[in-house]
Design a protein around this ligand. Structure first.
Ligand code: PHE
Length: 333
């Protein structure tokens, strides 16, 4: 039995010498020392030996076990060291190569414009605000001083929900949400989707995008509003852009204006704006004798159409990739 053990040890050591990789090493070790290994097989017969020979067999088995384990560890270390030494060759990566480009992903032109406008306002010290697409009547109409019989509330213009909520028809309800939050002074813009029950055509879409601005502080005047509006348009369209202010009616501002921009020789109506109506301030929990403010709202879609010379607003929600792929300028996804 002592010879058998020595033979097994020699055989295993030779196999380890010839092992090609770590798996082969593990196979040799478990083939000899594992529960069903050959050394175990031999040791199971130890009971058949005379008592005085058993200790010697046990000792030799341990020696063999340790020798094989030690040899296996050395082989594994050698494999590991070889792999690490090779790493520079086998796993070398040129970090300066351009990445694999799957190509084509980009932001929707509307999203690009939203980000641009957002940046301009953040640069002027405005914060971003937001509100729900499904609005209640109070925020969308009542609190904005829009009379109960105002045509804007008609089914033709407004998507009414069964529970008498509406899909917000403009971003102005966000004004109320910000005022109600109770922090003064206010300087926010909200950029988001609005919905109107329109028969769609080249210039009308049921879903479009507005930018709402609201500034409330002490002694805010039309001059402040004019400055902010003009800065916005000049940032977007160039420093020499010409603008004009015309009186206009929106129930939630007084006085109210429409700001036009001179574009290719014609005046383009662009932004609705004005000083926040005292009723609106009051609805928002703000004292109109102490605070005043201006608000403005304009369409993002319109700006994008102007910039790219697009003639049909329906492209934006159409989901046609051939259209969208033309706008890979800007931030890649
Ligand atoms: N909410 C108005 C609209 O949808 C725009 C507007 C906003 C006008 C704020 C004045 C002040 O047309």
């Amino acid at each position: 039995m002592l010879d058998t053990i020595r033979d097994l040890e020699q055989e295993a050591l030779a196999a380890l010498d010839g092992a090609a990789d770590a798996d082969a090493v593990h196979a040799v070790v478990s083939g000899l020392l594992g529960k069903k290994g050959r050394l175990q097989g031999v040791l199971r017969q130890i009971g058949t030996l005379p008592k005085d020979e058993r200790a010697e067999v046990g000792r030799l088995a341990n020696v063999a076990k340790r020798a094989v384990e030690e040899a296996a560890r050395k082989r594994l270390d050698a494999f590991q060291a070889a792999r690490e030494a090779d790493l520079g060759e086998t796993e070398w990566v040129d970090a300066t190569l351009p990445g694999a480009c799957r190509g084509g992903g980009s932001f929707h032109p509307i999203s690009q414009m939203c980000r641009e406008v957002e940046d301009i306002f953040l640069g002027m010290g405005f914060d971003l605000a937001d509100g729900p697409w499904v609005e209640d009547e109070w925020h969308n109409f009542d609190a904005l001083n829009i009379p109960a019989d105002h045509p804007a509330r008609d089914l033709q213009d407004t998507f009414w929900m069964e529970d008498s909520n509406v899909l917000r028809t403009h971003t102005s309800p966000v004004q109320l949400r910000v005022m109600k939050a109770g922090r003064l002074p206010i300087r926010v813009v909200c950029i988001g989707r609005v919905f109107r029950n329109e028969a769609t055509d080249a210039t009308h879409e049921h879903t479009f995008h507005q930018v709402e601005g609201l500034l409330v502080d002490r002694e805010v005047s039309v001059a402040h509003m004019l400055y902010v509006m003009r800065s916005l348009l000049q940032e977007l369209f160039g420093k020499d852009i010409e603008v004009r202010l015309r009186p206009a009616y929106f129930p939630f501002v007084e006085p109210g204006f429409e700001m036009d921009m001179r574009w290719r020789g014609a005046w383009l109506e662009l932004v609705g704006c004005g000083l926040v109506h005292p009723n609106v301030l009051r609805a928002g929990g703000i004292e109109p004798d102490v605070y005043s403010g201006f608000a403005f709202g304009f369409g993002i879609d319109r700006l994008v159409m102007l910039r790219y010379g697009l003639d049909d607003i329906r492209h934006f929600m159409g989901g046609d990739l051939r259209f969208l792929r033309q706008f890979t300028r800007g931030v890649e996804l």
